[in-house]
Design a protein around this ligand. Structure first.
Ligand SMILES: Cc1cc2nc3c(=O)[nH]c(=O)nc-3n(C[C@H](O)[C@H](O)[C@H](O)COP(=O)(O)OP(=O)(O)OC[C@H]3O[C@@H](n4cnc5c(N)ncnc54)[C@H](O)[C@@H]3O)c2cc1C
Length: 396
């Protein structure tokens, strides 16, 4: 009998990292519910969404009905106010779907865009927008990046000029998620042209159908089911009360919300890594070469064990950071570490896993092929690895 027969298994299995022992039961329950939803309502349909370049509206409404879109919002608007750990677990479970476009589109809604309204909105703004966002009837975007300013947020040039009771916005935004099919843009624009750099930027709530907005859908390397747009603003008029947060304080709001965005990217990476490893263990246990399964090659087992160990370490840092954020600790250095480390580890994991799928992994239609394409952007968006390392270095 082969010495490794005892580690062969017949049934498909789930590869999971262990939860922190003190994790609240409501969060464990939420994880189970999101996992069930992803397995039964996302995975069977999402190939079609990739082909269409679009996620159906019903899926947002369904997630709203299940309570998944309100975890970071106050109860009085329909949310459940569950904190940073909830966002991390939610991101992890969406990441396990293997459809990065779906994951990103939903997390832009819950943790990157509408979260600005929850944190900085007036009661009137919250009453107007949040119930619809939480029910999945309003889909949101955050429009910060421009053709001439990405990593350097303080270099943005879109201008908002006061005109009586209105602001008039002119400029352009680039690579904006949910902007083709979404309803509400949260737009960063320069309100004080005399102020240099980070000063003089404000945020605005701009309905997507406002006259003067033009949207061009962009074709991407991955994340095919999420929509990404270039947006033009040509004398776009919004009422004075469309300003979100204090005038000229928008940059600091963006930086503040980046901390949560970067944490959830750590969650996406953890979920995608676990799923890639799971798919690959399944594959190599089934695939025969040299008279046995690939799993019986020690080099293959060690490769997968090594990838799993690195992914577990990166994930653990994200859980640590979520706990720091929940206790209100200043942890920009640690959040930046998560964003610098997790996507780089994910790249290593998905490329290592594709390698073990052989030629099959290079073929369109296999989850691992899509996961490699989808993972690529995570070292760029939400703060490129180099920029994150600089944030860490500044605090050393
Ligand atoms: C699919 C997708 C979806 C996106 N969704 C959104 C969205 O919804 N809203 C939004 O506002 N933005 C969005 N973005 C934009 C994203 O946040 C930016 O692409 C990112 O911030 C990097 O900016 P950039 O592309 O202009 O690259 P640049 O800033 O031009 O940088 C290019 C590269 O240079 C290197 N680099 C940059 N700065 C430094 C430095 N200081 N030191 C060393 N190296 C450096 C990095 O390798 C970086 O990748 C999205 C992008 C993509 C691709």
């Amino acid at each position: 009998m082969n010495q490794h027969a005892s580690i062969e298994r017949n049934a498909p299995f789930q590869f999971d990292f262990a939860d922190p022992p003190a994790l609240r039961e409501e969060l464990r329950m939420m994880r189970r519910e999101v996992r069930r939803f992803v397995e039964t309502e996302v995975v069977p349909q999402a190939e079609a969404w990739e082909r269409d370049g679009k996620i159906p509206r019903e899926i947002f409404r369904r997630m709203g009905a299940l309570g998944f879109l309100g975890m970071r919002f106050e109860e009085k608007y329909g949310g459940t106010n569950m904190g940073a750990l909830a966002s991390l677990i939610f991101a992890e479970e969406l990441g396990r779907s293997t459809f990065g476009g779906f994951t990103s589109s939903v997390l832009v809604q819950t943790d990157m865009s509408a979260v600005h309204i929850g944190l900085r909105g007036t009661p009137k703004q919250k009453e107007r927008w949040l119930p619809g966002v939480i029910r999945g009837e309003i889909v949101c975007s955050i429009a910060v990046t421009e053709p001439g300013a990405g990593s350097d947020v303080a270099g943005l040039a879109t201008r908002a000029r006061r005109d009586g009771d209105h602001w008039v916005i002119n400029g352009a935004k680039m690579f904006i998620t949910n902007a083709v099919y979404g309803d509400l843009l949260i737009v960063a624009a320069r309100t004080d042209p005399a102020a240099k750099g980070s000063r003089g930027i404000s945020l605005f709530l701009v309905p997507r159908e406002t006259p003067g907005i033009s949207v061009t859908k962009l074709e991407k390397h991955g994340w095919l089911c999420s929509d990404t747009a270039e947006i033009g603003f040509d004398d776009v008029r919004v009422p004075a009360d469309a300003m979100l947060g204090e005038e000229n304080q928008g940059f600091y709001g963006i930086m503040d919300t980046f901390q949560n965005e970067r944490l959830v990217i750590g969650g996406i990476c953890a979920g995608e890594s676990a799923k890639a490893i799971e798919l690959t263990v399944d594959y190599v246990k089934d695939r025969k070469a040299f008279g046995a399964s690939l799993w019986q090659q020690q080099a293959v087992r060690m490769k997968l064990a090594s990838l799993a160990s690195k992914a577990a370490a990166a994930r653990q840092l994200a859980y640590h950071v979520a706990e720091l954020l929940e206790t209100g600790k200043d942890c920009i250095r640690e959040v930046s570490m998560v964003k610098a480390l997790s996507p780089e580890v994910l790249h290593e994991v998905v490329h290592g896993c594709l390698q073990l799928h052989g030629g099959t992994g290079f073929m369109r239609g296999t989850p691992i092929e899509r996961m490699v394409r989808d993972a690529r952007v995570l070292t760029i968006g939400g703060g490129a690895t180099e920029v994150m390392l600089e944030e860490v270095a500044k605090r050393m």
